[in-house]
Design a protein. Structure first.
Length: 174
């Protein structure tokens, strides 16, 4: 299908949790007509994706962007699509990396955790000391912190422990 193209993405960290929605719309000549990435409060990933798709479809209506090739998965709930009048839409079925990157920038990575906060307690296990203490297992690639438990992997503690191990500063207790 020749014509307009657009992409959308929604994310939630953790799911559900703080969420973001992003979209972009390009003209048939490849010029970026509009784009947006914004935080949308606490939602599930599915809700965030629906909001992003709704924003893309709204922008497509304003620009009379038809036909429109949408880089993303067709939603399970077709409520938004039933509301679309006068637009011919086609979905690629694959997620859109550009929109996902835009949405991801709404939530910067966690601050770095320095090696000074790590205490080796075993061959591959460290105690990450901070406002709260967490155990990190470099061999298994796990951490007991909430960020790791809720899907932000690898967490800042695991990244620091892996760097410490890679730099040869691994000390083991006897």
């Amino acid at each position: 299908m020749a014509g307009w193209s657009g992409g959308f993405a929604g994310l939630s960290r953790p799911d559900p949790g703080p969420s973001g929605a992003a979209f972009w719309l390009r003209s048939p000549t490849g010029i970026l007509a509009c784009h947006s990435a914004e935080r949308i409060g606490r939602r599930s990933r599915a809700q965030a994706e629906s909001i992003a798709l709704e924003a893309l479809v709204g922008a497509a209506r304003r620009h009379k962007a038809s036909p429109l090739l949408i880089h993303g998965r067709e939603p399970r709930d077709d409520t938004i699509l039933k509301q679309v009048k006068g637009l011919r839409l086609e979905f690629t079925g694959a997620s859109d990396g550009e929109a996902e990157e835009m949405a991801g920038k709404l939530f910067p990575p966690p601050p770095a955790f320095g090696p000074d906060g790590l205490v080796p307690v075993g061959e591959s296990i460290y105690l990450a000391k901070g406002s709260r203490d967490y155990y990190v297992d470099v061999l298994l690639g796990t951490c007991t912190c909430p960020a790791f438990s809720f899907g932000r992997r690898p967490c800042k503690h695991l990244i620091a422990a892996e760097k410490m191990g890679a730099s040869g500063h691994v000390r083991t207790t006897a």
